[in-house]
Design a protein around this ligand. Structure first.
Ligand code: IMP
Length: 214
């Protein structure tokens, strides 16, 4: 496992919600972070069929473009009753013909797909959010960290916080959705904590333990 020996890192993302969350997680660790979006790096095509492949594509593109270690996130919602969909195509389900993204439409698509399969009761709507973080160096070395959080798809959407599919995701053991949680509550983790809640914070905790701690 390679340790991170710089205090500057590039967040290899163009997704505002992810960039904000990673900045919140990384902030207390004393890093200076810039995003690939801010640096106007081209967004690479996500041609992989796994979260790991897509995370590596994004982190390596940014590490090569910047000459600095780069941390990407590839994530998505995996729904059991839909055989794992939307999975790695979670962002695509929100894509409109003009290339813009509409998450209200995406959540409606998910709801329709579940209703079409007769998945109405909470126990028929089990799902998980998955996040794979990839830290890549300019020489091509990569380290991967996966985090998952189990939950249920709820309808109608609830809450206006967070981003993407947060309003329809209720984590196991809670009666509110990620959309109804503050960012701190959704992460459920600060440096030194033994547990984290969100998929991204769980993956991030592994990144800290592997690449930052002695
Ligand atoms: P990708 O990783 O760029 O392929 O996109 C993943 C998609 O999954 C995002 O566009 C979001 O819609 C969704 N997603 C990933 N993580 C979260 C989250 O924490 N909350 C809500 N939606 C998420």
């Amino acid at each position: 496992m390679r340790k991170l020996d710089t205090k500057t890192i590039i967040v290899a993302s163009h997704n505002a919600g992810k960039i904000r969350e990673i900045a919140e997680l990384i902030g207390p660790l004393g890093f200076s972070a810039k995003s690939a979006a801010e640096l106007k790096f081209e967004e690479p095509e996500e041609t992989g069929t796994t979260f790991e492949e897509n995370a590596a594509i994004k982190a390596l593109a940014s590490a090569r473009a910047s000459g600095l270690p780069s941390l990407s996130d590839d994530s998505g919602l995996v729904i059991d009753a839909l055989d794992g969909a939307p999975g790695v195509y979670t962002a695509n389900w929100a894509e409109r013909e003009d290339g813009s993204r509409d998450f209200q439409m995406a959540m409606e698509k998910v709801e329709k797909a579940l209703a079409d399969r007769g998945a109405i009761k909470p126990e028929e709507r089990s799902c998980r959010f998955v996040s794979v973080l990839c830290l890549a160096w300019p020489d091509g070395h990569t380290e991967m960290f996966r985090g998952e959080v189990e939950g249920t798809v709820v309808w109608p959407p609830r809450g206006t916080q967070g981003f993407g599919y947060d309003p329809v995701f209720q984590p196991q053991g809670y009666d509110i959705t990620f959309g109804e949680m503050s960012s701190d509550q959704k992460h459920g983790w600060r440096p030194g904590d033994a547990e984290a809640l969100s998929h991204r914070a769980r993956a991030f905790k592994r990144f800290v333990e592997t690449c930052l701690e002695a």
